[in-house]
Design a protein around this ligand. Structure first.
Ligand SMILES: *Cc1c(COP(=O)(O)O)cnc(C)c1O
Length: 391
């Protein structure tokens, strides 16, 4: 991390959120120029971006990278609509908001799907996938969420991929909040296609996402899409033929992303990023636990992306006051998304290191004492939730 931002003098807080996140000064500066979308310089940036992403994905020459305008959900919808034939059927593996959103998308697409819903915080296991696939021969594809950002759980992608491949079905992955840090190697894992976006672990700004897929699957996807603007095959065809995006690209976000990709490589690629995020998480979680906070998940399922904490049982604790007290100290945290217990989340990704995470813990301690909270211990019922997971 060179040139640390945000600048507290400008009143800019750190975003402890899983994207948009805190970006570097270089990434921000790359947006201070206008680009013509048809111009050779911009087309070269698009080509560079696609090449760098394929390299991170471990491509051995049989994959393609297709950037798509819009937020991450647009890419999930584009992937489902393009790779699942109209008479296909998807097994959606859900354990939080993003899995459920994928199922809802299938409903909009009007294509067949079936859902394994593990609730708020339990992982879908390979054995369950194998059983569901054996039971229903109509299923053509499985959709898995790599890191379910709503709880922060790191789902067991390898065993899901293995079960899917063994049953002769195809795997689609929402790796939105994982790709660029957690391993997703197209040379070693049977994945047909996955999606991620500019504003997560690559540390760019929002504006577009990308599909990384097998070339033969992409060729076979021609004509599948329900949507003109979300047709991955058509976007690819145009990009291959002209070097351009089909419709107006987010030029500034693309320029920022190329800068973010260079920094990603300089840092040491996905392994180095994973190491920094892991350290961020470990320092932050240890500090929060020392204050009495408890994580929703056991260590085995904790992702290095974002961590869910239970709200303290102490009646003096109020999330909105806690949020404002943290913000006043320069840190934007994230509300929880659980149905089982009150919670909040702290992200570990973006331009932050362990020193910043120590300041986050200090800020949490100060916020608690400002509210008159003497113990951050969660309610007993919340801890009982945790025991279910361990069992
Ligand atoms: C961020 C994210 C998305 C996409 O959300 P958008 O708000 O559309 O960018 C999808 N899936 C997961 C797991 C995510 O973390």
């Amino acid at each position: 991390m060179t040139d640390p931002l945000p600048d507290p003098a400008l009143g800019e807080p750190f975003l402890l959120t899983p994207g948009p996140l805190t970006t570097s000064a270089e990434v921000k500066r790359a947006m201070l120029r206008d680009w013509g979308s048809w111009d050779g310089d911009f087309r070269a940036m698009t080509a560079d971006l696609r090449r760098r992403l394929l390299e991170i994905a471990g491509d051995r020459g049989d994959c393609e990278c297709v950037p798509m305008q819009g937020s991450g959900s647009y890419c999930v919808e584009a992937m489902l609509g393009s790779f699942v034939p109209r008479d296909g059927k998807v097994l959606v593996l859900a354990n939080g908001a993003y899995g459920l959103r994928a199922a809802k998308t299938m409903g909009y697409l009007g294509r067949a799907f079936t859902l394994i819903d593990k609730g708020d915080y339990l992982p879908p296991r390979g054995t369950e996938v194998a059983a569901a696939l054996a039971q229903d021969p109509a299923i053509t594809h499985v959709l898995a969420i790599h890191c379910e950002t709503s709880s922060g759980i790191l789902n067991p992608l390898e065993e899901i991929a293995e079960a899917t491949a063994r049953a002769g079905r195809k795997l689609l992955v929402d790796s939105m909040s994982a790709f660029g840090a957690l391993p997703l190697d197209m040379s070693g894992m049977p994945v047909e296609a996955f999606v991620s976006s500019a504003n997560k672990c690559i540390e760019g700004v929002p504006g577009f996402g990308f599909v990384i897929c097998r070339r033969d699957a992409l060729i076979a996807a021609k004509g599948n899409s329900h949507s003109l603007s979300l047709d991955v095959h058509a976007q690819w065809e145009t990009m291959e033929a002209t070097g351009q995006w089909r419709f107006t690209p987010p030029t500034h976000a693309v320029a920022a992303f190329v800068e973010a990709l260079k920094a990603h490589a300089t840092e040491g690629g996905a392994p180095a990023r994973l190491a920094r995020y892991t350290r961020n998480r470990d320092v932050m979680v240890a500090g929060m636990r020392a204050l009495g906070f408890e994580t929703l998940l056991d260590d085995a399922w904790l992702s290095p992306i974002i961590v869910t904490f239970f709200c303290p049982a102490d009646p003096a604790f109020d999330f909105n006051r806690f949020y404002e007290a943290m913000k006043g100290r320069g840190f934007i945290i994230y509300p929880g998304k659980l149905t089982v217990a009150d919670s909040f989340r702290i992200g570990c990704i973006g331009q932050m290191d362990a020193a910043v995470m120590r300041r986050v813990v200090d800020a949490a301690a100060a916020a608690l004492s400002e509210m008159g909270v003497t113990s951050a211990t969660p309610p007993a019922a919340a801890l009982a939730t945790r025991a279910t997971l361990a069992a």
